[in-house]
Structures are given as C-alpha cells and as structure tokens.
Design a protein around this ligand. Structure first.
Ligand SMILES: Nc1ncnc2c1ncn2[C@@H]1O[C@H](COP(=O)(O)OP(=O)(O)OP(=O)(O)O)[C@@H](O)[C@H]1O
Ligand SMILES: [Mg+2]
Length: 505
C-alpha cells in the first residue's frame, strides 16, 4: 500500500462538505501522527465538529480522501468508524438516561455481537474502567441520576476501548472544573504513551498549550494550516482563528455601583442539596461573580434562588422587599432570570427555529410547567440579538439543531437576555464559546448591568470571572467561604477559598 510508511497515522486531504447550499468545509487537510495530541481549533461554526463527524462516519464527505494507517477509508456510519478504531466523545451528550453507566459504556461495543451478556462482568469492567480514569461513579447507577460532570466522564469512558487508534474529544472539558480537567489530561497523556492519536477540540486555549503537540486551525471551513504548538502562542493562535488580533478580551467596566442592593439573600438553605446559610447582596449595575470547585453548590444556589430547588429556610429580597420564589415561574414573575449551565439539556429546543427559541420562554425543563411569554417586536428583537451575539446562521428560521455547538449556546443565552430582568443569574456564560464570541457575551453582560440589572455570574473559568466581575464570592461545601474584592483577585486566592483555606497574609 502506498503511504504505509508515512509518519502520519491519519491523513485527511481535500475534504469538502456542504449541507444543502451551505458549504461547510472546503478542501480541508488534517494530518495526525502516531501518539500525538493534535489540537483542532476554530471559531464557532468553523467546521470542526463536522470534520470529525466525517472521520467517524456520522456524515459523508462530498470530496477528498481519508487515509488511516496507509489505507483509504470511508466509514458509512459510526459503527464502521468504531471498527476502524475511531472513537469520538461528541460535543452533544449521547447517553441513554434510562440505562446504567455500565450499559451505556458497553452496549454499543457489544451491540453488534449476539453474545449472551455477562452483566456481572460488564459491571465490573465498567467500574474498573471508571476507577482507572480516577473518577468516582457507581457503574450500576442510572445515567439520569448523574451530575453533568459525571455524565461527561461516562461519555469519555465509553469512547476509550482496547483497540482505539484515534480518539477524538470535542470540547470534553466544558463542564469540568480545574481538578477534573487535570485528571482528564493525566489520562490523555497515558493514552498518548500507548501510541493512541488524540484529536482535541477546545475553546480553552490555555489547555492547548498544556497538552497539544500540534495545532490545526479552521477558519470558515478552510484550514489555515498546522503548526507545532512550540512554535506559537495564544496571540498567534487567536490571529489564525479570527484573522485579526484581539485587543481586549474583557471589556472595560465602568461600573457605577451606588445605592441600596437590588437583590439580597439571607441565610438561604436548601431542603435537598448541600446549600446552606448563603447570604449576599447585589447592587444594581453590579456583576457579582460566584466561583468554586465543581460540587461546591454554585449551581444549586442559583437553582434555589430561581425556585427550581426547594428552600428549607432563609429569605430573598428584591428592592428591599421580601419575595418568595417557590417555582421558576414565580421567580420570572419577579423578573429574576436564570441562564442554566446545562444548556444542552435544558436551554434550547433543538427542533425549533432560533426565532422560536429566543422568543419563547419555557420552563418545562426545570419546573415541569409551561409558561409562554410572547416578546413584543419579536422578530426585530431576535435579529438584533443574532447580530449582537454574532450567531452564525443563514436566518432566524434555521432549526437550532443545525447550528454549531457554540452557536447553540449563544441562542440559549440570547433567550434569557431578551426578557426584562431585574436580576439575572448566568451559570457558565461562555461554555463552548469561541474567543471572539466571548468578547461579545462579556460586552452584553456589561450592557445588561449598565442598565441597572444585578448580574450574578457563576464561572469555573478563573481568568473569565476575574475579568468580568466587580466582586467574587467563593463557595466551598455548600456555603460562601470567602469574598474577594477586585484588588484581591488572583487565581491563588480563588483556589484557596475554594478548598476551604484562608488567604495567605
Ligand atoms: N446537520 C446540519 N445541517 C445544516 N447545517 C449544519 C449541520 N451541521 C452543521 N451545520 C453547519 O455547519 C457549520 C459548521 O458547524 P460545526 O458544528 O462543524 O462547527 P464547529 O466548528 O464544531 O463549531 P463549535 O465550536 O460552535 O462547536 C455551521 O455553520 C453549522 O450551522
Ligand atoms: Mg463543534
């Protein structure tokens, strides 16, 4: 076979793909060596996921060649891809909620064979696999009972198998905190040592410089070339991605923080979660950050305030008056909004158009209730937001499922920013969003605050929270452990509070 001695395990060359009239990939090349971690970067909608779906058999290419170990391949479905040793952790969740962790990990591997299944062994193997990754999850638990972080770990476990040759991870760390991310990296280094080639997609550029050997950048469906990571830096990569230099990631905040708090919680404790004795106040125009490790109770605090979780005790005040938020619709009646972290499952309705998604505020996912609100000047509003957030789409009528992952996130955010809120809680505002779009979102948060709204931002991205917040509360084990003023913002200070240590004098 030609190429069989090539230094590359995978060579994708001249790949083109269109969806209808829209050309998504044009003559793209990607070459991956044995045992390397190859970063695939690009703005939201650049075509990264599509290229990987062509590799794995989800989509078929219109032109080009894919050569694996010197042989041309053309997988027609994901099963073909798996047989060839191509395993993918997709950007969208693909687990079956009603099955156990072990079933999810092994069913697709065994699916094609008719062997009688030894569940005792499968459970044991699954448990060993998860333990070996360094995470704590019960292999017999139902997936629906897992946290979003645990679900992502199961996705990763599912993709790793004995005969993996190429492992693709499409934004695997968006739900991870720094500790989980480090665990994943340790695992990737081990896989790399086994000679597995890893293709790694992420919008966290600092991750690329920690783990990748080579980087390929896609811009609008065209590759702008590959370079060894050693030969570039963050600015260089951003320039390749967006075709210009990014002056300021975080917009200047000229916060005019005056007057009485617009929103306050006192000794808030939850009935069913670890959240207890949470007290804080937000002034109008303030961007209040909430930091903490995964599992510290940040999301649960937001859900409690929003009425999605049940309260045991404590008080909530809006403009100095005590209010009750026993359900999300009651919270919304008080003009409190929540942009949930779990936007893939709760934030957007995939079959509906962008227009419908933004203009319909529906709480069924969190409250089990329907409550439709019709925005005035609907379509003008929607087009405005599409432009402001730079949502990459031919029109507002496109179903959200056809958008790239990052653009879906922007739709989820736009939906909530489009309603009149006095207080808005945003859980992980830029998960899965590219650097350019981050700037748009930060500006929008700024703008919302400048209109006198109290903005509460939860984020695991430390540079981000330090870049946009006026003040940071750090949670540890279900309550607020410490508060940092702007002058005290450092990653070290956040981490110290997050693990329950006092600041260094
Ligand atoms: N099934 C589909 N039908 C129509 N268009 C699609 C489909 N899947 C993807 N697209 C379009 O292809 C383009 C590339 O999408 P893709 O998901 O590959 O981007 P991406 O680089 O992975 O972006 P992100 O960083 O946001 O995940 C987008 O404009 C998207 O709207
Ligand atoms: Mg993608």
């Amino acid at each position: 076979m030609q190429n069989s001695t090539s230094e590359y395990r995978l060579e994708m060359s001249g790949i083109s793909k269109r969806f209808g009239v829209v050309s998504v990939l044009e003559n793209v090349n990607l070459k991956v060596k044995h045992g390397e971690i190859h970063a695939l970067l690009g703005e939201n909608g650049a075509g990264k996921s599509t290229l990987m779906k062509i590799l794995s058999g989800v989509h078929q290419k219109d032109a080009g060649r894919v050569v694996l170990n010197g042989k041309e391949i053309a997988p027609k479905n994901t099963h073909d891809g798996q047989v060839l040793g191509i395993n993918v952790v997709y950007q969208e969740l693909s687990l079956v909620n009603d099955l156990s962790v072990a079933e999810n990990i092994y069913l697709h591997k065994l699916g094609a064979s008719k062997f009688w299944m030894n569940w005792k062994k499968i459970n044991k193997d699954a448990q060993e696999l998860i333990d070996s990754l360094g995470f704590k999850i019960d292999a017999t638990a139902k997936v629906r009972d897992l946290s979003i972080v645990q679900k992502q770990v199961v996705e990763i476990a599912k993709a790793i198998s004995e005969d993996t040759e190429i492992l693709v991870l499409d934004e695997p760390t968006t739900v991870f905190d720094p500790t989980d991310t480090q665990k994943l990296f340790d695992n990737l280094f081990k896989l790399k040592e086994r000679g597995i080639s890893i293709i790694y997609i992420s919008h966290h550029l600092e991750e690329i410089f920690k783990i990748a050997d080579t980087v390929t950048v896609l811009r609008d469906g065209v590759d702008t070339g590959s370079i060894p990571v050693k030969e570039t830096d963050t600015d260089g990569v951003i320039q390749l991605m967006i075709g210009r230099k990014l002056e300021d990631l975080y917009p200047e905040r000229n916060s005019t923080l005056g007057g009485a708090p617009i929103f306050e919680v006192k000794n808030l404790s939850a009935k069913d979660t670890l959240v207890h004795d949470v007290s804080f106040a937000v002034r109008p125009g303030e961007v209040l950050g909430i930091a903490g490790l995964g599992g510290s109770g940040r999301t649960e605090t937001a859900k409690l305030i929003f009425g999605a979780d049940r309260k045991k005790s404590g008080q909530i005040f809006l403009n100095g008056e005590e209010i009750a938020t026993r359900s999300p619709s009651e919270a919304v009646d008080h003009n409190i909004g929540l942009v949930s972290e779990n936007r893939k499952e709760e934030g957007v309705f995939l079959p509906l158009s962008i227009q419908k998604n933004i203009s319909v505020t529906d709480f069924s996912a969190i409250s089990g209730k329907f409550g439709f609100i019709n925005a005035e000047n609907e379509s003008k509003n929607v087009n405005n937001l599409i432009e402001k957030l730079n949502i990459k789409t031919p029109s507002a009528e496109v179903p959200v499922k056809n958008l790239s992952g990052g653009n879906q996130q922007k739709v989820a955010l736009a939906k909530w920013l489009s309603i009149d809120s006095k207080v808005i809680l945003i859980d992980e505002p830029t998960r899965g969003v590219d650097v350019g779009a981050k700037v748009e979102i930060y500006s929008l948060i700024n703008e919302v605050a400048q209109n006198g709204v109290g903005v509460i931002v939860i984020s695991s991205d430390m540079p981000e929270i330090m870049g946009i917040a006026d003040r940071i509360l750090v949670m540890h084990e279900g309550t607020i452990y410490g508060e940092l003023s702007k002058e005290e913002f450092t990653e070290e200070n956040i981490l110290r509070f997050a693990i329950g240590e006092p600041l260094k004098k």
